[in-house]
Design a protein around this ligand. Structure first.
Ligand code: NAD
Ligand code: DAU
Length: 351
């Protein structure tokens, strides 16, 4: 059977790298990118492949069940890779309901559409749900999150992602849909929306603006280059076992303050500024409410069972990332001004 894969959230940060990888690597697959183009969705992320014959775009909201049914039928969808979500923890603190609507209600809508459209033979199809390590909660001492670690979400964002993971597994158990879930650590790289720590700091250093470090900056995250996550998603999609969960991570833990200092040093060098200039921008601000202390993924299972591991060292990945932002000022100007949204609503508004 020829694959027609629905990738949701394909105009976002990670989704756009997944779409590009699949469109370029698998010319025989039809790739349908479904995205509502919220503030985080940007079709400029997909410029390289927008004219490809195996690629199409559907502007749709996963909260719209009728539209989902229509898209499954129109493109004869065989598989789903589901990334569409509200993804920013700080926004979930100010507007939790938006996260329930997209991450929980939207995911259940998508499961229903798949269940209905694939009902003749569920065995031929896969629903791949992309999730986060935040569902496991917060580590305070040593140790790592394993696939068997009990869920303990602490923010409205992670509670909504945990809920969506539970629905995916419940649909597998109840309706026998073939599903797979992966839980990944913090991604970084090109096309990352500048509300998140790394792109925000790069943007602010360049513009001599304060670098807001929450609390004492001692919280720890495990960082993975976004293209390595896209490669992992490709691996899990093709080699993963239905019903299984795979943790994905970089084995690369950093305290926030150390990451911010590293960015300052590298940016000083690249911008020809005197050593120490950018560090003066560091500003300690009120901590995030309920701020998770540490995330750390044990990604042994995916390595041993499916043969995936990160390809890039952090030193190399962060260089690529900084250079990408410095060379793509136009992209940053567009996403910070909102101009790209006007442009694309003109382009797609009447479709
Ligand atoms: P993002 O915010 O950059 O992109 C999300 C995309 O989803 C955007 O294109 C947006 O327009 C789209 N979207 C949002 N609401 C929608 C809706 N109702 N209907 C259709 N489309 C909608 O997010 P990201 O950082 O690329 O994350 C993608 C996925 O990966 C999310 O599910 C997230 O939970 C998960 N994840 C992210 C990270 C990370 O570090 N960024 C790590 C692990 C897992
Ligand atoms: O772990 C995976 C998760 O990583 C994903 O599921 C989320 O979608 C993604 O947004 C990310 O969540 P974080 O909250 O870890 O990412 P963020 O970039 O927002 O923050 C990283 C750390 O930096 C966190 O400890 C909070 C801190 N921070 C963040 C911002 C935006 C600051 O100190 N200052 C800031 O301005």
């Amino acid at each position: 059977m020829i694959k027609s894969i629905l990738i949701t959230g394909g105009a976002g940060f990670i989704g756009s790298h997944v779409v590009k990888l699949f469109v370029e690597k698998y010319p025989d697959y039809q790739i349908v990118n479904l995205d509502a183009l919220t503030y985080a969705g940007n079709l400029e992320n997909l410029k390289e492949i927008e004219g490809a014959s195996n690629y199409s775009f559907e502007k749709a909201d996963i909260q719209d069940a009728d539209k989902l049914n229509e898209i499954f039928a129109k493109h004869q969808i065989t598989d789903v890779i589901h990334l569409a979500a509200e993804s920013h923890v700080d926004r979930s603190i100010s507007d939790p309901l938006a996260f329930v609507k997209t991450n929980v209600f939207g995911t259940v809508n998508l499961l229903n559409a798949a269940k209905e459209y694939w009902k003749e033979d569920l065995s031929k199809h896969l629903f791949y749900h992309v999730s986060t390590d935040e569902v496991y909660g917060s580590l305070h001492d040593g140790g790592f999150f394993l696939e068997t670690t009990p869920y303990d979400p602490q923010s409205p964002y992670s509670a909504s992602k945990a809920s969506s993971d539970h629905f995916v597994r419940a649909y597998a158990n109840t309706y026998k849909i073939r599903t797979v879930v992966s839980n990944c650590s913090n991604n970084y790289g090109p096309n990352h929306f500048p509300e998140k720590l790394i792109p925000l700091c790069i943007h602010n250093i360049r513009n001599n603006k304060p670098l807001p470090v929450y609390g004492k900056g001692e919280n720890i995250r495990d960082w993975l280059f976004v293209k390595d996550h896209a490669r992992a998603i490709d691996t899990v999609f093709h080699k993963g076992k239905a019903g299984e969960t795979y943790n994905i991570g970089g084995f690369n833990e950093w305290k926030n303050i150390d990451i911010v200092r590293l960015l300052c040093q590298k940016m000083d060098e690249k911008l020809g500024r005197e050593k120490g200039t950018s560090e003066k921008l560091i500003t300690f601000v009120t901590d995030r409410a309920g701020h998770d202390m540490r995330y750390a993924i044990d990604a042994t299972k995916i390595k041993e069972e499916l043969g995936w591991e990160p390809s890039l060292q952090f030193e190399e990945g962060i260089e690529i990332t900084i250079d990408w932002y410095l060379n793509n000022q136009e992209w940053l100007d567009h996403v910070t001004s909102g101009a790209y949204q006007d442009y694309y609503s003109d382009l797609y508004g009447n479709r």
